[in-house]
Write a protein of this length. Structure first.
Length: 520
């Protein structure tokens, strides 16, 4: 008897709970229907959903949660807001066409939801190898394919599955992968951009014939097997007449092959190249420039990275002369140059043209020719043919312990038309003194300050110890007693010990002072 009563009571309770649940659902539905966003047309809501999908970035690492940085977590969340939103999202296959992993369980679900849409796939992480068969099964509808096998066992075989047709593929990015002898069965006519980083492959005709229509190519620290170095690269570049952007980082795996290079009686012409980046030893840099020409190039960056050995390395003067000859068409009548002498050993120099309405600040300069040299102190005496000292308008200076301040002072004295100078990082006391002390002008025998036409002086990220006193001494020695013209602007950023009270002391040295706390 008691069991029947208890059972009946439980049934009544369950019925009331179910009734309450339905009432809550009605309230949720009514609330959502009254929300302004739910009154938007479906196509507008889908456009909003599209904005929730992160852009693909092949260089951002997997985060601490082992989740791909492009994972569309917000898009998954909106499918649980309301039934209408869920239906809209699931019926739009294009929303699920960007497949990223990890996590791989969501990647499988997104492949199913994408149905027949063109795919953008970015796979990386420890379990990437297990997920790749699923990816290669969709190769005929993949538009962007990025695979990062950084956790791959070095003895694992290559990605033979890449030798399947990919008729829609436009972008290919591979890292730590071993390429098959042939790519995509030769059927990738739409392939425009290829990024190969730390991969292993052979520059065979079966590989580079797939690259005939490329507009962008990056080869970085790859193991190019059975390569003859520069000749192999020249053969490849000769087959890419549409190439607009080229990034090469240590592209030569073989020694210089004089017999192979002899086939190229004239330099290989790259008629469409606009953007060039080349990083290697100084010898390889010269070889490359001597055997290639790029009549339309607009921006260039050369990185010469290695320790300098005067007995085996090519002379800095030869490197500089080769660069000058290769890019003299960029110099124009009045090139603007920005030089950055970085801390310890790095130097970068930008040659650029200012826009028509420039106000003279370096921020308005679009870099054209950029040179980055690790052992730049060896290059200082030879840089003038490239940098055109009479046209240099902006310079950025850090401290270098490996270079005598007197040597640096002699180099800086060549740039009489500097209008903007930025000083940053590390112990810059000696550098400030170099800028404050007059130097003898070899032409007229008179003593004068460095950068006599200076208009804008900036200090960034300077150390705390003794900074106020050092800056005060520099400004007083340079501008008091009429030694130097008053600055148009003094800029101070991220210098913690320079409080507004201290900065106000510098008011007599500049028409305007700009700092982190605003204009003073």
């Amino acid at each position: 008897m008691s069991n029947r009563i208890a059972s009946a009571a439980q049934g009544m309770i369950d019925a009331k709970i179910e009734k309450l649940r339905k009432q809550i659902q009605v309230l949720h539905r009514d609330r959502n229907d009254l929300s302004p966003v739910n009154r938007l047309p479906c196509d507008i809501i889908l456009m909003i959903f599209q904005q929730l999908i992160p852009d693909l970035d092949f260089d951002i690492a997997v985060n601490f949660n082992s989740r791909h940085p492009g994972f569309p977590g917000n898009l998954l969340n909106v499918t649980h807001v309301s039934q209408r939103w869920r239906t809209l999202a699931l019926e739009s296959s294009g929303l699920w066409s960007r497949i990223v992993s990890p996590p791989f369980r969501f990647a499988n679900e997104m492949i199913a939801r994408s149905r027949d849409a063109c795919l953008e796939v970015d796979v990386r992480g420890h379990a990437a190898k297990r997920f790749l068969p699923r990816v290669f099964g969709q190769l005929i509808r993949i538009r962007v394919l990025a695979i990062d096998l950084s956790f791959r066992n070095a003895r694992e075989p290559g990605l033979e599955e890449l030798d399947r047709p990919a008729p829609l593929l436009e972008t290919l990015s591979l890292r730590h992968a071993v390429l098959p002898r042939r790519l995509f069965a030769g059927q990738c006519q739409k392939l425009k951009r290829v990024y190969l980083r730390q991969c292993a492959f052979h520059w065979s005709p079966e590989i580079y014939t797939s690259f005939h229509n490329l507009i962008a190519l990056q080869v970085s620290r790859c193991d190019i097997r059975l390569s003859s170095g520069l000749p192999s690269l020249l053969v490849v570049l000769e087959t890419m007449p549409l190439l607009r952007k080229l990034q090469l980082e240590h592209p030569f795996s073989g020694m210089l092959d004089n017999l192979g290079i002899a086939k190229f009686s004239r330099p290989v012409v790259m008629p469409s190249l606009i953007d060039l980046e080349f990083v290697d030893l100084e010898r390889e840099c010269v070889w490359f420039l001597e055997h290639t020409t790029f009549p339309k190039v607009q921006t260039c960056c050369f990185g010469i990275h290695d320790s300098y050995d005067s007995t085996t390395s090519i002379r800095p003067s030869d490197v500089c002369n080769t660069i000058r000859k290769s890019f003299q068409h960029l110099q124009g009548e009045r090139p603007w140059v920005f030089i950055d002498l970085d801390c310890d050993k790095n130097m970068s120099a930008h040659t650029g043209m200012p826009p028509e309405d420039t106000d003279g600040s370096s921020g308005d300069i679009k870099p054209q020719l950029q040179l980055e040299v690790e052992y730049w102190s060896n290059f200082l005496p030879e840089l003038h043919p490239i940098l055109h000292p009479q046209y240099v308008r902006a310079i950025s200076l850090g401290h270098s312990e490996c270079l005598d301040e007197e040597v640096l002072g002699e180099f800086l004295a060549s740039f009489r038309n500097i209008q903007e100078c930025t000083i940053y990082r590390d112990d810059v006391t000696a550098l400030l003194l170099t800028l404050a002390m007059p130097r003898r002008n070899e032409e007229n025998g008179m003593k004068e300050l460095l950068f006599p036409n200076l208009k804008v002086l900036s200090f960034k990220d300077l150390p705390n110890r003794g900074l106020p006193e050092s800056l005060q001494n520099l400004l007083e020695m340079r501008f008091d007693d009429g030694r130097g013209q008053k600055l148009r602007e003094l800029r101070i950023h991220r210098c913690r010990t320079l409080t507004p009270k201290i900065i106000r002391r510098f008011a007599r040295f500049a028409d305007r002072i700009v700092s982190d706390v605003g204009q003073l």
